[in-house]
Each structure stands twice: as C-alpha cells, then as structure tokens.
Design a protein around this ligand. Sequence first.
Ligand SMILES: Nc1nc2c(ncn2[C@@H]2O[C@H](COP(=O)(O)OP(=O)(O)OP(=O)(O)O)[C@@H](O)[C@H]2O)c(=O)[nH]1
Ligand SMILES: [Mg+2]
Ligand SMILES: [Zn+2]
Ligand SMILES: [Zn+2]
Length: 1586
Amino acid sequence: MGALYTVPTMEGVGDEDDPPSKQRSDSKDDRQHSTCGKKTHLKSLMEDLGLEQLYPEKLSLSIILQIDEKTITDEPAKCNSDLPWYFLKKLMMVNVTARNVKCTSACESNCNHPLLDLKNLVKSTNSGDMLNPLDIITALFLCSDGFVRQEMALKMSMCQFSVPLLLPNCDTKQCTLMLWAMRDIVKKYRPQSLSESKGFIEDRIVLSELPMISFVRLGECSLSKSEILNKLLSNSQQYHDTFVHHNMECGDSPKRISNGLVEITWYLPCGNKNMDVFSEPVAVANLRGDIASFETQFSFLCQTSAAVFVFFDTLDSACKLLTNQQHKAQIFLVGNHQSNHFGIDALESVATKLSLTNSNILLKTKRMNDADFVKKLRKTVSNVVENSKMKMGIEQMADIAHKLGIWVDEDSSECQTAKKNADAITAEIQDILEYKEAQLPLQGQIWKELTRLEKEECRLRKVGSESIEDYKSDLQIEKTKLREKQNSYDMSNAMTCFINAISSPGIERCYFLKWMRMNLDNVSREKLSDLREQYKEKCKNSENKAEIKDIDRQLSNSSLGTEHFFREMGQIYEASLSLPEKAPSRQQLQHLPKLCAQLLLDGFPLELVDGDASNIPLRWVSDVLSQLNDLMSSQSKILVVTVLGVQSTGKSTLLNTMFGVQFAVSSGRCTRGAFMLLIGINEDVKKVLNCDFMVIIDTEGLKSPELAQLDNSHEHDNELATLVVGLSDITIINIAMENSTDMKDILQIVVHAFLRMSAVGKKPKCQFVHQNVSDVSAHENNLRDRKLLLEQLDEMTQAAAKMEKKEENKSFTDVMEYSPDTGNWYIPGLWNGNPPMAPVNAGYSEAVYELKKNIIQMLGSCESSANDILKFTEWMKSLWNAVKHENFIFSFRNSLVADAYMRLCTEFNEWEWKFKKEMYTWVTIAETKINNFGNFAETSEISDMSELLTQLKSEAFTVLSKWETTLLEKLAKYFKQTEGHVYLVEGYREDFANSAKSLRREMECSVFNQLQAAADIRQGMTELDRIKENHTKELEERVCALIDECREKKVKMADKELDTEFDKMWKKTVNELCFSKQKTKNVITYVSCCLRDNLSRKGSHACELLSQKSLKDCGLVPFKYTVDGLCKQIIHKLSKIFNIEDHVKAVQNLADCIIRSCTQFVTEKKNNYHDTYIQEILHMIDESLQNNQDVKIEIEFEVSLKQHICGVAARQFQKLHEDFIRVNDPYRCLNQNKEKFRTDFKDVFNKRDQCQKKAKEFTDRCLRPAVEDFVYCSLGPDIIGEMKKQKFGTRKSLQYSVLLDLLSKDDFENYLSYICSYEEYVKTWILNQIVEHFSNGSTMIEFEDEHVQSSIRSINTAVNKAKTEKSCNLKSFVENVCKKLGDKLVISKDALRAFMILNNADQEQFAHWLTECVKDMAQVLQEKFKKTNILMKLKDLHVKPENELFTKLIGCGKQCPFCKAPCETEGKVHTHHKTSLHRSQALGRFRWNRTEKLVTDICSSSVISDQSFHCAATNGKYHPYKDYAAIFPDWRIAPDASLQASDYWKYVLAKFNKQFAEAFTAEPADIPTTWKHITRKQAEESLSNI
Ligand SMILES: Nc1nc2c(ncn2[C@@H]2O[C@H](COP(=O)(O)OP(=O)(O)OP(=O)(O)O)[C@@H](O)[C@H]2O)c(=O)[nH]1
Ligand SMILES: [Mg+2]
Ligand SMILES: [Zn+2]
Ligand SMILES: [Zn+2]
C-alpha cells in the first residue's frame, strides 16, 4: 500500500487524510505487528473493534435491530469494541451525533488527575489510541451484509452524512461500488425550474442522473479538503459536517483502513434562490487518501465525474498520474499558496500539459480567508454543474466499475437471480389499476363485497321485515358464491412467480422482496408522490371534500406494493378453504401461511388489517400467526407496541426511528390498514422484559373528522383504533396537531377504544407523544396543557361511556392507568432546518430514544399481560368479531376471558363445596349431640337444652364466619396471582364476593333452623321418654316379681307355662299402666297462623283474600293460574296487542317452579313437624317471587299460590307429625318390645348365660341402625363430591353435557321435555346421571365401607375405653359406651331401654362378644347395602345429592326473556344473566301472527337487528330489540360472534321442525336454507364454541 509514495511526512499539516506511511510508523501499530506476527491492518483493526467474527459481511439486520441491554442502558462506550455498536445504535435512531464515538476510559483517566502535571497533559491530548470514525464506518460496511449496508446508507443519508461510494479493502486492495447499499435512498428536491410551479422531483438517488463533482488529494495537502467540502455544502445559516474531517471528535486519529474510501453525498436544492447553494442537484464525491496510492479509485472518479478537483501542495512527480487519465471529467487544481512547498512552476507545467485555463485553477492566497475561498470554489462548482453535459446515475457507474476491476455489491448470484425474478414481475406493469385487476383479482371488488357481507351479517342493517335467519342464511349463501367466484380464477402469472420467488431460500428471498419493493415503488412513485402531495395540500383546506375523496380513491388505486401481493396470497388461501379438504388446489396452498410466518421471523411486516377493504382476512392471518407460533420456540412471549394518531403526523417515522425498522414513510396519506412486525429480544434482557419478541404495529392515520365525514371512514377509524388498542400492551398516541378541536375529535376515537378495552377486562397502557414541540422547557410549560388534556380526556370518557352504556366510567383514569406527568412526551421537529438538505434533528432522535427507553421499561414491568402469539391471535379474532358488531361491549366474546372465567368458577365452586361439605358434617354432629342430649351425650357440664342450643349456635356462627373470611381471602388471593389472565375477570370479582356472602347468609339461616328444629323436637320428647322410662321400669319390676314367683312355685317350668304366666302378667300390667294418649297438634292451625303473619305485611286486601278460603280446602287440586274478574277485563283489553296466553304461561311456569321446590322441601323432612319448616317455605316463595319480578303478578295470585302450597304442606306435615306421634307412642313401643321381655324373662328364669345373646342384641338393635344412619348421613356429600368431579364442575359444563346427551339420544320427546319443562328434565337427568354413575363400579361400596369401618373403629375405641373405666354393672358399662359414641352415632333410646332390662350379663364377656358381633355387623351391613338399589339409597340419604347438584347448577334459574335459554352465569348473585346458547324463538312457541308458522329468529341476532318486540314487560308496546336492555336490564344478550354457536339449535329445529309445530299446534317454520346443511357433527362442534 502506498509503495510509490516517497515524500517524507510533514509534521503539523492540517490534512485529515493521513498518508499511509504515517500509519506504518505509528508506534502502536508496530507494537501490534511485532506481537501478533502477520496480522494485517484490517485484521488488527477488526480485532480492536471486536468485529473479527463478523467479517466479512456476516452482520445481519436481525442482530442490529434486536433489543438488548445496550438498548435500555445508556452507558457510554467503555472500550474500542463498544464503538461499532454505539455507532450503530445511534445511527439506527438517525442520531446526527452517531459519528462522535469515543471511549470514555481515555478521557476519564485524564480527568482523574487532580495534580498539575503538564507533561501528562500534553501526552494525553494525543489521540493516538482513538479510532477514526471513518475506520469504524469502513469496518462496519465490510462486516455488514447487503441489507445492513442499505440500512446504514439510508440512515446516514438521513443524517446528511456522506455515504461510501467505493468501499476499499486494504487487505485485498479490492474496492467495491456500493450500488445496492444506496438503492434504498430516495430523495426529493425542487430544482430551479420547478420553483414556480411548486413541483418537485422525487427519485431513487442511484437512478438519478446527476453531475458528480469529485474531490481528491494529490500528495500532501495543507488544505483540509473535507472541511472545505463541508463548508461548500452548508448554507450560510447552518454549518453541517457532511464529511468526517480532522477537527471533529477523533477525526484526527490516523486512518487505518479507510484510505481509498470514496464517499458520496448530494446537494439538493429546495427551490429557494436565496437559500440554495446550488440551484441544481449535484453529487459530491470525496476520495480519502492520496490518489497516487489509489489510482483505481481516481480513474473511476475521472470517468464518472463531471469535474475532479485535485487538492495539492506540491505537484512535480505526480503529474503523470493526472495526465495519464483518459478523463471525461474536467480537471481543477486546487492549491494552497500559503503552503511552504507550493511551487508555481510545477503547477504551470502540469496545467499546460492538461491544457487548463485560469478558471481551472484555484489557489488559496494570503489575503483569502476560508469563507472567501469557499465562495470561489462554490462559484466554480456552480459553473460546472450548470454547464456540464456529463451526468450519470450511480447505477450506470457499475459498468465503469467493472471495467476498472472494481466489484459491484450487486454482483452476487442471489442478488442477480432475485433481481431477474422481480423484474420479470414488474416489467409487466403498465397501468397499475389494470394490472391489479388482471393479476390480483381476488382482493378487488370481490373482497370488498365479502367484507360488506361479513359486516352486514353482524349488523343486519338491511334486514327490514324479513325473517332475520332467512336473511342471514341468504347472506351466507352470497358469501359462499363470492368465495366460489374467487376460486374460479386460476392463479395469475404474477402470483405464481411471486410465490415461487418467495419460496426460494434465505438470502435470495430477502433480495427478491427488496427488489420487488423498490421496483414497485419506482413504478408507482411518480403518480403516488404527486397524489400524496396534492392530498396533503387539499387536506389543509378541508373545503375540497369531493376532491380529497377523489384523490384518496386514486391513491388507493394507484398504489401497488408487496403488501398487495401478500394480500392476494391471503385471499387465495382463504378462498381455497371453502374447497373440499382433499381438493388438490387446496392442498397446494397449505404451505402459504408457513411461508409468510418465516418472513415475519425474518423481520418482514405482515398486513393485519387491509385498509382498503377495511377488514382482516381472519383465517389467513390467524393461520400465519399459528405457523409463526410453531416456528418460534414453544411459548415465546410477546409484547405489543402500537402507534395511533392522525394522518401524516409521522407515526411511521416515529416507529422507524425508535426501532430502526422500515415502515413505509412518505408525506401525504401513506400507510393503509395496520401492519405488524417482529423484533427479537436478546437473551441478556429476555428475563428482564419477560418476553422473547416485541411486536410493533403501525397503523393507518386516523382521518380528521372533516375528512371522515365524506366517506364514513369514522367507522373504519373506530374499528382500527379498537383493534390495535386491544392488541397492544402500550399504545403510543401521536399528536401533532396545532388545532385543538381537531385533536379532540381524534382523541375521542382513541378514548373510546380504551373504554371498550377496560369494559372487556383489558387495561392497555398509553403514552401521549406531542410532536414538533422543541422548547427544552416544554414539559414545564405544558403543565397547564396537560391538565387541560386530562380534563378533555375525562370529558371524552364520559361521552364514550354514554355511547357504550357504561356510564359508571367517570374519568379517563377509571378506564386506564394514566398519569399526566409520566404519560406525556414532547418531541421536537424531525428536521433540523429545511429539507431536503436538513439532517434529522439530534433533539428528535434523543427524545425518541428517551421515549423508547421508557416504553421498554414499562413493558418490563407489565408482567401480567405478557402474551404469546396464540393469545394475540385469539385477541385479534375476538376484537375483530366484536368490532364488526355495532355494540362492541355486548358483542365481545373472547375465549381467553371465557377460559379465565371458567377457571375462576371451577375454583370458586370447589371452595364453596368444601364450605358446604364441612357445614353438613358439622350440622350432622351437632344434631347427633342434640339427639343424644340428656341421655349419654358427653356434654355433662351443660344441663339445659337451651344452653346447648345457644352454645351450638355460637359455635356455628364462628365456623360460618371463619368460612366466609376464608372464601373472601381465597378470592382475593386468586386475583393477586399473575397467571391465568385473572385480570380479565376482574369485573366478576364483586359478583363472586357477593355470592360468598350470600352463601354464608343462606347457610347460617339453614343451619340455625336445623339446630332449632332438632332441639325443639328433642325437647318435646323428654316427657315422652320419662313416661317410657317409667313404664319400662314398672314392667321390669313386674317381670322380676314374676320370676321370683315362678321360681317359688316350681323348680322347673315348661316353656309353655312360662309363656302363659308372662302373657297374664303383661296383660295385667299394661292394663294397669296409664297411657295418656299423646296429644297431636293441629299442624294446619300453625300453618294458617304463619301464613296470615306472612301476608299481613301485604296489606288488608291480602288478608281479606286469605280469609275467603280455609286452608283445609287449599291445595287439593293442582294449582292452575287463571285470569279472572277485574284483572281479566283489563288484560283482555290489552290482549289485542299482546298475547295473553304468554302471560298466563309465564305465571303458570313460575308457580309450577315454586311449587316444585317447595314440595321437594316438604318431602325431605323426616322426624317431627317444626314451625321453622313452614317459615322456610314461605321464605322460599317470597324469594322466588322477588327474583322473578319480570313476571307481572297480582296479589290474588300470590295469596292463592301461598294458600295452595301451604295447604299441601300442612297436610303433609300433619301426617308427618301424626306418624311421629304414632311411632313414639309409649303403648306401641312397649308392645313392640313384648317378645323381647318374654325371652329375657325366660332366660333369666332359666339362668341362661346372656352374654353372647345380649351382645348380639345390642349390636343389632342399637348399634347397627345407628351405623346405618351414620352412613346415610355421610353418603350424600360423598356422592356430590364425586359427581362434581365429573361434568358437574360448573354450570356451563353441566348445560353442555345435557345438550350433548340430548344430541346423542336424538329423540324428539326428550327435546320437547327439555324445552317445556327444563328444570324437571334437568333434575331427572341429574338423578339418572347419579344412578348411572354409581350403578357401575365400586365407588359406592367404597364410600359405604369407609363409613362403616370408621364407625366400627369408633365403637371399638369406645368399648375399650369403657372397659378401663370400670363400671359397676353392665348397664353403666353400656351407658359408658354410648356416651363415648355420643358425637357420632345416634342410638335409639327405645331400643336401648329395651335392651337394658333384665340385664345381668358379665361385663368382660359382654365386651368380648360385642367386638365379635360388631365384626359381623360390617358383613351384614355390606350385604344389606348391596341389596338396596341406588334409587332406594338416594331416598334415604339425609343430604340429597340430586337436589344439591340441581340447585347449585340450575343457578339463578333465570331464562332468556326471549328464547328461555337458561342463564349460565355462575354464583347465586350476579349483576347480569347471560347464556351463550340462544335459540330460535320457535322453541319458545313464537309464531307469525298471520301464517301461524313458527318463528326461526334467534335472539342473539334479533338484538342486533332493527326489529322490535312486544310483550307483557313492554306493556304490549313495540320496543326495539337493540334496546332490549331498557326492558330487561339484568340480561346481557350477546350476538353469536362465531356465527356458529347457535348451530346446535338450528340443527335441532331443522330436524324436528314438524314435530315441534305439531307439539305447539302451529305451522312448521320456514327453515333457512343453510340450516338444512348443518350436520350433526357441526351441531356437536358448535357446543364447544360456547
Ligand atoms: N416537518 C416535520 N416532518 C415530519 C415530522 N415527522 C415526520 N415528518 C414527515 O412527515 C411525513 C409523514 O410521515 P409518516 O411517518 O409517513 O407519517 P404517518 O403518520 O405514518 O402517515 P400515515 O401513515 O399516512 O398516516 C414524512 O415525510 C416525514 O418525513 C416532523 O416532526 N416534522
Ligand atoms: Mg404511516
Ligand atoms: Zn335468548
Ligand atoms: Zn343468572
């Protein structure tokens, strides 16, 4: 290198182009050479920069763009290897300070010297260790692949930095023309000729044919060429460093690899004579190093430039170099007359040889300062530019380069093949509109029409008076037709080529897409940029609405980019999905989503929303995303950043600056729809951010309201905003509007979107970015503005809330987290000066960087919303589906929300069941205690039943309170967790808390009642017990006496004799005993009393009605509601308007339902009657009536219903009571035990050993019934628990199972009873399920066995304990045993009493036999259980599983006011009733008035149509369906978002149409065509959509 160069180095010359020889003598370099052997300059520099791994050309965009630690920390560069990254980071954010790269370590060591040390000070100012920025740039270019080079060149040109034209490689001496690298640069300028017309030229710079002026140096030169060039190009107000020069930071460091570099820059006029340096565009090239060393470069410049300016100090030896060139270029010699070495003679000889005139020679003389000199130079250059014919585009330079042996960066085969492929496609384009119609036909009118149909399906605006379902079916048929039409097209030539090309591997595909993009841009640029400019102009004055609209249409027609090809791909794919699955033409397209997903991973954008059609091709996009998910490592998390704002306010520019990406940017309407792209996150910060990819979404600008009016695009804006806000974790709201009223209208859209999100459970964050605010103190000054902004936001929130009928939202901060202080950013204008020559404002880049850091930080902290791609897709689908409906919030349905809700329900149900189960057990124990009280309960310290009751009640209270707190705590904890998207169901939290509280209240009431009843009943029996006790005693005495008597008579008596003696004695005694007949209460009077008391609160009329009929006469016939009397007349008047039948039916239904649950309650009661029973029944009735206020009832109805129920109940209770009296009648009891007395008598008389017999007797008569009872107490909860594990987990899963079962039975009668008597059907169904489940398998046996065994264990323990306690006789021993069992087993007192008589068995022996007998008892019980069938068992269970499951799962029992589908919302208390499966009104017996045909309409569709309904609730007046909430405020009827959920009922109605008609005595419905095609499988699948 530089071998020819002989002139010695001059000290102190101010040239930044250090000769290579100086480098060689550089001490550090020498040192390096000695230690590292044969290391070249290039290698050693690469090592210094830490780039050796990336050389050559291994640096790719994905490395540069990913977010890593350096992105978020602001650390200055510490060592040389930091410098390239530091530079790149700043460059990617178009920061003009990017080239000021320097390690801090060097200057720090300097600052740390507190002492005066001049020597060191002098030494350290030497920047020998510093790296020249040019070296860094050269090194990076050498390491970068084509795409990074393009990106760097583009960003450098935006900074108005010079860009490499010829890139040297000091190792190979090979230089490369950077044609590809510069391909992406597009410049816009206005030459003099267009300044009048305000026209402009926009062109890809490599294609523009411009005169190029080159500046080179010959030998040493004391003039700083680069600095002079910078001055030459800067206008008077603003100096800008286009070229690196020695007076810049590190500019004086020796260049190690960048000599031989030719840089280029452009001067482009803005059309203003006073400001333009040159009035015509000109390219300026600058060769680094001495031409003597870089002849190739010099030759290249001489052949491509209009003029070459040679800077020199001395001329002689090198003149050959100048004269040898066959230059096309004019040569100018520029010398410094002030230089010591300047020789006028040599100059003259060279000038003569080159036949130059004075005008070709510029000398800087003593009297000339820099400014004068630059002025002179400028004039010379101007002359050349104006007169030269030599104009050349960079693309044309490639040939010259090849001839000179210079490589061109486009030479690679991948690049060339890609170019060929792209050219083949774009060469066909003549007229864009025609081309699109011919080659991309699927996305045109057909797709727009499809979009219209899709939206109409959701909005039903044009349904008129037609049947909605017919209308929807027609829409579907139309859609199918359009898809067929799409499929009828063969794949166009262009698309075939396109798909082939993007199927090519790796780098070639990237080249292809880039070529396509550039080619298409070139094709449409001329037209588009003109249109965009016009659009921008016209928008300033919104009076030209029609024109604007026209331009907008033209813009959309004339634009053609790669996105149109991808869009077509999407349509081809979507259309193919309507083909049969096996169709080859469908199979062929299966791979397209994967292809696209790979492109996304490579950093290409994906069009989410097609802005032209204003729709998302949902299947296509979701399939691409699901493929993407497969390609990513499993469960990769993503975070989403979006930008929203008015048109052309620099949204895309902001994102590009922030993330270094390339969204389309241009002045005037540019982005359409919404695009997403992926940015990788480096390993080092994945943990911090808790995500693997960042998704960035760029959106089409919102139109200002004035513009929006003209094409209804307000709707489009709204949809777009809702979608992207819903998808994003952070939304950047870009504001660059001077006009505050305009801003307000745009914000309204945004605020609305946020409100909707908060309503569906998502709380995205937002940041307001105010553009073009440059003052440093902006933040302070705008304090007032921010307050104003917040006020406005609040106002808008209220307005939006009103529109969405969510008026509880009062302020913006209700809707989202927002703080005026941290949520606002002020960003100065983008350009520093006047384009086109203005560089990007450093302040802009810095402010954007601050914003970026902040956003990334915020993302790091929002852990709970980190989603993966699949969830993103799910959100996209549900948001878009809801957006298509008018009523977003009601229409929104998202499976993630549904999942989260289901999870919560399942959890909550589990806690609730645990609570209930524990309470059941508790009550059983408490009742046992009460029942055993006074006999052998171990509560000896309590003497009084009322005391026991109080104690138990307070205990119950504690347990209940503990459980209530536990439930609430569990709920709170549940909402604290970060998994499972719990934040989505935050809105239901209150409902669940209320449910917990209500459950506790209910339990408390029921537990207290049970305790009270048990205690009272027990108390009532004490007297009876005493009597029985006495009787038994009396008899025992008589028997003893008889024994004595008999013994005296004869030693031995025959059995027969004994019998007669005993009978005689028995008869006599019984006759003597007095059996006061137990008094039976007249339950009916009690019940009447309670009823009167209950109704007394309802006024005198109620009491009057009550007294008209005696309770005895009530409830004898089935309850039938009739309208009579006055009522009838009133209703009859209305009956013309609304169906009186409906009303009667509704009331009757209500009555039936109440009667059913009361009957159930009554039959469940065992034992004696208690007043609490009837009170509970009345309470149940009141509650039901309260809950069903939508059914209008009269007081007459209430009274007669209560009378009916009480009448029935009173009779049942009377019987219960009488039975109880009878069972406990002392005479009967005594007689029952007669035989026992007899055998005991005989035994004692005969002195037989009683032990074994007594033990058996005790077991059989006392223990076994008690154990059996215990088992039946415990089995209920067991069965419930087991069933809950099955499909009974939640209300929804139960309903799902019932429907599935119906489908599999496929029987009309079943459907009919399901529809007509839902509760009864479900109840029977549940019972059947239980029976079925427990009939097979051993579960039941296991449960029973477990309880039997546990009882036996208790008995054995009790016996053993009693043994140790030494009782005086067997009686007290047995009493002891019973006492020990007092908490667990209720031993019948009657049986025990009988057992105790004449008992003289030996304790030890008895205990022994007892254990034996108990062993056998297990066997006996098992046998017995085995013989009892499950239905019988269920009857005997204390807690009835079928009832418990039913009440739990039937829930609130509400049915859709239109179709009677049951509410499926969990929890007893909820704010809104909902069901996901509405059905045809036909199933609710609705028919058309005239034709009597059943109505097919489904309420989920009706509520979005413009139709009206009328019913009793509207007082017969017509009311719009859309506003159903006004009539049924606690119902939420969501449209069928999937359009498939209702398939189930459609299928059923279509199948059983005739039968239903018959059953409802109507004419069959007109089944819409599409319904007939629904298969059973589809019906079944539709259930999984709910
Ligand atoms: N003067 C000035 N121009 C800017 C600023 N920010 C962006 N621009 C220019 O404004 C034009 C529009 O920028 P884009 O980024 O395409 O704007 P956009 O908001 O994405 O536009 P649409 O997508 O069409 O709505 C471009 O030419 C930008 O260079 C700014 O702060 N000041
Ligand atoms: Mg944009
Ligand atoms: Zn309904
Ligand atoms: Zn409900």
